[in-house]
Design a protein around this ligand. Sequence first.
Ligand code: ADP
Length: 623
Amino acid sequence: MSWVTIIWSMTASACLTLAAIHLLVWCQRRAVWADLLFALAATGTAGLAFCELAMMRAETPGQFATALRWFHLPGWVIIVAVVAFVRLFLEAGRPWLAWSVCALRTVALFLNFTVGDNLNFRSVEGLRSIRLFGESVSIAEGVPNPCMLVAQFGMVLIVIFTVDAAITVWRRGNRRLALTVGGGIVFVALVGLSQGVLRFWGVVHAPITASLSFTVLVVAMGYELSRETLRAARLSEELRDSEARLTLAAEAAGFGVWMWTVDTNTVWGSERWLRLFGFAPDANVSFEQAIQRIHPDDRERVKSAIRLAMETRAGYGVDYRVVLPDRSVRWIAALGRLYAAAGGKPARMLGAAVDITERKQAEQDLLQQRNELAHLSRVTTVSALSGSLAHELNQPLGIILSNAQAAQELLQQDPPVLTDVREILADIVAADRRAAEIIQRLRALLKRDETSRQPLSLNEILDVVLRLVRVDLIDRGITSVCDLAPDLPPITGDRVQLQQLALNLILNAADAMAVNAPGTRRLHITTSRQPNAVRATVRDEGPGLPADSEVLFQPFFTTKPHGLGMGLAICRTIVAAHQGRLWAEPHPAQGAIFHFELPVAEEGAGRERGARDAREEAPAYGQ
Ligand code: ADP
C-alpha cells in the first residue's frame, strides 16, 4: 500500500474514532453540546481526508472536479462546528462575527454547487502528476473560480473571530485554553487560507492537504475536551469523598441527612435518616411516603414550613413527630434548605434530622413537675384565703336562708302572698348565683389542668383575681386602686397560670402592707400598652424591697414565718413560659412595684374590653 493512502486513511479513521467516542459521550450527556460539535468537526475532517485522497487518485479532470466539489461539504460542517465550539466551549467570541462566518461559508457552499465545476475552478481543464511521498498524485489545472474569494474572505473572518475570542479567554486567565484551541484554529485557518490562495490562483502546484492541518485542530480540541472530562471525573470523585465525610460527620453527630429532588419527587436519605423514619436501609423513598410517616397532627405544619422555605428560598427548622411502622412515636428536629437550579427553579432541598425523643420526654416531665408545683402552690395560696372565702360564701348563704324562711311564712298565710314569694325567690336565685360564682372561681383555680393556650384579656384576668381576693383585702383593711388601660390588645396564654401569677403578686403586696398603720394600706393595680406587649403593675405601700430585688425570685427565699418562698419563683417560670418578663423595683416614695409584661397575641384575636367595663363589674375595689 502507498504512503499517501496509509497517511490519509489513518487520518480519516483516527478522526472517525474520536468522533464516535465523543458522539457516545454526548448521547450520555445531552446538555454538553461541545462533545457533539467536536464529533461533527472530527467527522468533517475525515470527510476532507477522503475527498483529498479521491482528488490525488483522480484519473480524469471530471473525477477531480467532483471530489473537490464534495470536499466543500465537510469543509462547511467543520467551520460551522468550530465556530459553535468556540461560542459554547470557550464561551467567547462575538456572536455577529460567528453568524457572519457561518453565513459566508454557506454562501460559498451554495456557489460551490451552482457556479462552475466547483468553488475553486470554473472548469478543470486537465490533470498533472506530481511526486508526493515517493509516488505520483494528481493535481488539477484549470480556470480559477472568482467565487472562491467568498470562502477566502470567510477564512479571514474566522481568524478575526477566533483571535478576538482567544483574547477574551486569555484575559479571563485561561491562557492554556486560549493557546490550544484559539491558536489551533488560527493556525489551521491561516494555513488553509494561504494554501488556497497559492494553489488555486496557480502560484504553487501542490495537492490539497487541508485534512492534515485540520487533524491538528481536532487533536487540540479533543485534548481540551478530555481534560474537561477528566476534571469532571475528578470532581465527582471529590464529591463522593466529601459526601462520605459528610455522612460520617452526620453519623458521629447523630444526624440523619436527607435530600429531596423536587423534579423526580424522590428523597435520598442517609442510613440513619432511613432508620429514624422507619424505612428499610435500601428503601427508595418518595416525598409523599416520607410525609406520610409524620404524625397527622404535625403533618400540615411541616408541609407549610417546607412550602414557605420554597417560596422564600430560605431555610426552615421544625420539630415534629414521626409514627413508625410499629406505631411507636419518635420526636424529630429537622432543618432544611432549598438549593435552586440554574434559572432559579427549585431543584433540591437538603436537610438534617435528629432524634429528640429523649429531650422532648424530659421537657414533658419538667412541664408536668412545674404544673404540679404550681398547682400545689395554688392550693397553698387558696387555703390562706379560705377564711375570707368562707366569710364571703356566708353572705349569699345567709341571704338564701333568711329569704327561704320568709317565703315559708308567706306561704303559710291564708291566702298565701304569692307576689312577695316571687320576689323572694328571685333574691334567692341571685344569691345562689353569687355563691356559685365564688365556688366556680375557686374550682377553676384549684383544677389540676394541663397547660392550655388561648387569647386572653389581661384586664379580665386581674378582674377575676380581684373578685376572688375582694373580701380578704377588705378584712385586711386594704383599699385597691385600679387603673386598667382601655383597648388593650389580647395576649395568648394559660388562664389559670396567669391568674395564679396575679394572685401571688396581689397577696404578696397585701402581706407586705400588714405592718402599715390602718388607712395607709393602698394597693395600686395598673395595666398599660407597651410596644408589642401589655404590662401589668402591682404596687403596694409596704416597707419596700431589698437592694438586690432579684434575690426574691430565687426558690425558697422567704421572709415570712410560714412562707414557702416558691411564689415568685413560680411566677417567673409562668411568665417565662409565656415569653414575657417579670421584675421588681422599689417605689421612689414607699413600697414595692412588681411589673410583668406579656407579648401581644398574633393578629386575629379580639380586642380587650375597656377598663370601664371591668370597673363596672368590680365596684368593690374600684375606688
Ligand atoms: P413567700 O410569699 O412564700 O415568702 P414568695 O416567693 O412569694 O414566697 O416571696 C418571697 C419573698 O419576697 C417574700 O418572703 C418577701 O420577703 C418578698 N416579697 C415579695 N413580695 C413583696 C412585696 N410586695 N414587698 C416586699 N417584699 C416582698
